[in-house]
Design a binder for this molecule. Sequence first.
Ligand code: NAI
Ligand code: 15L
Length: 265
Amino acid sequence: MKRVLLTGAAGTLGKAMRKALAGWADELVLSDIVPIETLNKGESFTACDLGDLSSVIELVRGCDGIIHLGGQSIEGTFDSIVNGNLKGTYHIYEAARQLGVKRIFFASSNHVVGFHSREERLDANSPMRPDSLYGVSKGFGELMAQYYFDKFGIESALVRIGSCLPKPIDRRMLSTWLSEGDMADLIKKVYAVNRLGCTVIYGASNNPWSWWDNRLSNFVGWQPKDSSETFEDEVLKNDAPLDDENPALLFQGGFFATAGHFEDE
Ligand code: NAI
Ligand code: 15L
């Protein structure tokens, strides 16, 4: 890869991917609404609000791939989600169309399907059942990607990330955990595969308790190496089980499915 844009570069995953992808692209163009002061070799930084189309077009100019992590990453009011996630994702795709970028890694979320029961096994054909306005916004992003693929041929990986952090920290994450190394490897595979199309991929490591089946995206060649099993004893010791009656236990999205609904004032 020559010049790849990383949106949301100041965030948790952005920081982790900067490290894990060092040297992979000739230039990693970091962007965020929050400034990044210290740059490593092969990185540049451009501040940009994803909600502003003309700034996003200037940001995307000269890039040959986009890893789109930027935006609201948890539940919030509708207004808080509109700018980064609805407008922002549209702006990324529209800039890609105008400037000829052919492939996008879109950080979707497990919360697109968070209202499925934990008894179900999901694959790429399972219906969306968002558990939050945040989950709805990721579903919107996936549909935007499909539209730009069908009409303009822009390919996307729609990566329904589970819980990406250095190690699983609660019982639910024994099912949803994605290691940072497996995530970085997925990004590389997404840009290496000959034909990607517009493909849903569940972003989880090789966890024995996973709820998700990635056989429909096997052609991408991603084989996660890590497993939450390594941390099972530690998690069970440190994270008390939820009360059996807690409805969060029923749903894959956990507390996103049961937490309060934020209303704009
Ligand atoms: P984060 O909240 O730490 O990072 C998001 C970044 O986007 C922040 O640095 C923020 O400043 C930036 N941002 C927000 N609004 C913006 C705007 N209008 N313009 C420009 N930048 C803006 O989130 P995290 O954990 O790093 O997640 C990255 C992406 O992956 C998010 O899209 C999130 O929804 C998705 N994801 C993350 C998961 C995880 O386990 N960390 C799980 C599922 C999805
Ligand atoms: C997400 O989509 C969030 O961005 C992240 O903060 C976690 O809460 C994750 O899902 C999860 O489900 O664990």
